[in-house]
Design a protein around this ligand. Structure first.
Ligand SMILES: [Fe+2]
Ligand SMILES: [Fe+2]
Length: 248
């Protein structure tokens, strides 16, 4: 399943396309990697941008080089208020002012007020899980940072995308599974595990499996050791992330 030097990977996720357009890990050498995360999701009938990385100029350039049209975005989903996830918001809205934005209530209320006037529709998510579109859900805002994850309900299982998973990646997986009663076909994004040791990571890998996670793609703030250990633990069901990675 892992093809070295090929940015395209198959993950049996029923025709949706996930494109990592901003990441501190490299994958496609023609793109710029900077600290942060953003993923463009192509689904039947809609295109969603999950987070915006730290820098709008680099985000837009990366999308362009990947052949992705930023003006055609229908939705911008923002996970949490950290700089490395919200830095490109302004650039994205400038290119696609007609989009719907789904933001956590942990963003500054003054920022939310300004954003409301800048996009077609702004939905602000609180601590409760919420349906935000056809087969699309937010886990609701979790933890002290106030972070939401995106859940896509597909025939083959759930696709869950996290920004940093500050509340704990197992808690995010558990909530997604509990919300919809289905296993997780793919868990992708920042897992925030760079300070965890070998023993703790082994427990987390087991815990994710017990929460019904079949495949994972840990990137951004997941940590090098976590990526190596999960690659060994999940084998062919581990996917490498990095900017330019395409998973479908
Ligand atoms: Fe982050
Ligand atoms: Fe963060």
């Amino acid at each position: 399943m892992r093809v070295l030097n090929d940015p395209s990977t198959s993950a049996d996720i029923n025709g949706i396309g996930l494109n990592i357009v901003f990441d501190n890990y490299p994958c496609n050498p023609n793109l710029q990697s900077l600290w942060g995360f953003a993923c463009l999701i192509e689904m039947a009938g809609q295109t969603i941008l999950f987070d915006t990385g730290s820098n709008g100029r680099v985000l837009v350039q990366n999308m362009k080089k990947m052949g992705l049209d930023s003006a055609s975005l229908d939705m911008l989903f923002v996970s949490h208020p950290h700089w490395d996830h919200i830095g490109g918001i302004d650039s994205v809205i400038e290119l696609a002012p007609h989009l719907e934005m789904v933001a956590p209530d942990s963003l500054s209320k003054f920022y939310l007020q300004d954003l409301r006037g800048a996009v077609r529709k702004l939905s602000v998510i609180d601590g409760k899980p919420a349906k935000i579109g056809e087969n699309l859900y937010s886990t609701g805002v979790m933890g002290e940072v106030g972070e939401q994850a995106l859940v896509i309900d597909m025939a083959t299982g759930l696709v869950v995308i996290t920004g940093c998973a500050h509340a704990g990646i197992e808690k995010v997986a558990a909530r997604a599974r509990e919300m919809l009663g289905r296993d997780i076909s793919l868990l992708m994004g920042g897992f925030h595990l760079s300070h965890h040791d070998h023993a703790a990571l082994e427990e987390i890998a087991d815990s994710l499996k017990s929460h019904g996670v079949r495949r994972l793609c840990p990137t951004h703030c997941s940590g090098d050791l976590a990526r190596r250990m999960f690659a060994a633990s999940f084998g062919a069901f581990y996917l490498d992330g990095g900017v330019g990675r395409k998973v479908s």
